[in-house]
Write a protein that binds this ligand. Sequence first.
Ligand SMILES: Cc1cc2nc3c(=O)[nH]c(=O)nc-3n(C[C@H](O)[C@H](O)[C@H](O)COP(=O)(O)OP(=O)(O)OC[C@H]3O[C@@H](n4cnc5c(N)ncnc54)[C@H](O)[C@@H]3O)c2cc1C
Length: 638
Amino acid sequence: MTKLDAKIPGGPLEGKWEQHKNESKLVAPANRRKFSVIVVGAGLAGGGAAATLGELGYNVLNFCIQDTSRRAHSVAAQGGINAAKDYQNDGDSVWRLFYDTIKGGDYRAREANVYRLAELSANIIDQSTAQGVPFAREYGGTLANRSFGGVQVSRTFYARGQTGQQLLLGVYSALMRQVGAGTVKMFERREMLDLVIVDGKARGIITRDLVTGMLERFSADAVLLATGGYSPVFFLSTNAVNSNATAAWRAHKRGAWFSNPCFTQIHPTAIPKAGDFQSKLSLMSESLRNDGRVWVPMKVDDKRDPRQIREEERDYFLERRYPAFGNLVPRDIAARAAKVVCDEGRGVGSTPYAVNLDFSDAISRLGEDVIRDRYGNLFDMYKEITAENPYEVPMRIYPAPHYTMGGLWVDYNLQSTIPGLHVAGEANFSDHGANRLGASALMQGLADGYFVAPRTIAHYLASTELPEVSTDHDAFAEAEDSVRKGVDHLLSIKGEKTVRELHWELGRVMWDKVGMSRNGEGLKEAIGEIQGIREEFGQNLKLSGESDDFNKQLEMAGRLSDYLELGELMAKDALMREESCGGHFREEHKTEEGEALRDDENFSFVSAWEYEGEGKESVMHKEELEFENVTPTTRSYK
Ligand SMILES: Cc1cc2nc3c(=O)[nH]c(=O)nc-3n(C[C@H](O)[C@H](O)[C@H](O)COP(=O)(O)OP(=O)(O)OC[C@H]3O[C@@H](n4cnc5c(N)ncnc54)[C@H](O)[C@@H]3O)c2cc1C
């Protein structure tokens, strides 16, 4: 078994990052313009990294698939971003944020990375505030905080229900400043379809211009992927429809190992599915559980208007089962608990799969205006989607695929198993373990983008031999040729089923058998079924249009072909992991009370899958996790 070197610095946990920075090489200011860096992705992680690298003086090429970087999926984030500032004087600290995150991830993340994340959290708030991000404030002007699941302090900074959008506008203004200064060149509506490797190092990418269909080659000294998560493997998820796995997956096929692919976070509070013609599910932020109470009727099949169901006929199942954290238990716990009551037949609304999120108590205690002030835009959004007024009737919510903790394996420097290929934000596997606590993804994206990647990429550039590489190099020709063949192949199939139909079929298998809870038998079936859909995709895909034109169907087909391969790996990873932890619940491994049962002795590792080629089984490697500062214990929120 290969030993994965995570390159975790020595010394005490509290000093690792400082020491690492002191020991890392720097690039002198006058030399920075001699280096170019490709950053794929312009969300919080990619945009933050591109702006920072540009400000430092490197030549940055920044790519995204939207028409503007302001539309990266980060814009959708609602609830907030964590930081250990302890403004509330309620006992928070860097250590506590570290501890909550390690525990929340069910002890499947690296201590050193998580500690660094907690340390950097405070810098993020300072930087964003200085950029003008309008965080909510208290009467006296200090920044306000609220709580998120899995913690007992208030450390979540927010801008109403639009935190991601406001943070992204901060990143965007920093980025545009660099575009103006000429250090960052933006390439919008470009999709990275392959990674180019020269002499074993990542030296470029192949993109497709999504408007003209033209394939283009770009070379650089290093490549940073910050291309987000892959929840749309499930077809319906809370992710933006354009979120996808393609860049990470194609890099995987070029040699970047893929870690913990099965660790998917299922968010407990999405608006339930209403039919088969939806493209996505809308999220209701977890912050709503600060004031909203989750309940279902005591009786099975009680279809009365919730307002007619008396207090003693209600089961506030989160408060009952987890008195210490109540409605603010972590997402995996809340999601599974909702599934249990719905499986018992106590779900509400027209489908049996929904539970109430009720604000009536909070409204009578605080008044409607306070609730409107805290969550107004989320309530408006809910009303627009469901035509129900949540100030008057409880919201109906149900779990949905939301965030992927899996991603490309990276070491402490955010470098993948391909030298020169760095990975940031949701696209990498790091920091969240088997479950992500709320408000920690924005934190990780910005920590990676603003603070970690620029330092570690500098060290890479300063310590690596990087002869000039032109896009005429054979490796570029080979990669472009392989992309062209792939695109032509998709258009040549001329079958009967649309991308959407096949994606829907994949999504159903993924949700039913690789979703909120899984078992060995179901996972084996899922692997066979995904292979069947993949075969059908190869023979019966119906695409119209041309390759040298704007062709949305073609774009989606390319992404689906990657989901089909990744979906199978997710099922294999889930089958291999004979334990339950965090967002990964194996029905065979649970306590008498139905809680997740971890197996630290045999599964305290990060899986890292190596691609072996078309038609061959991927090989799994292990990064053993060592806990020197915290002791893995059974996660209890009771
Ligand atoms: C509805 C919703 C609400 C959320 N709320 C919160 C919250 O309150 N707090 C929190 O911490 N987290 C939240 N999250 C999670 C968080 O928003 C994401 O994890 C985070 O924004 C991801 O940032 P990123 O920079 O890694 O990726 P993204 O923002 O997804 O950016 C990806 C970028 O990569 C580009 N890209 C992708 N593929 C390619 C390609 N092949 N070629 C070129 N470019 C490509 C895209 O164009 C985009 O610019 C929420 C998520 C959702 C879905």
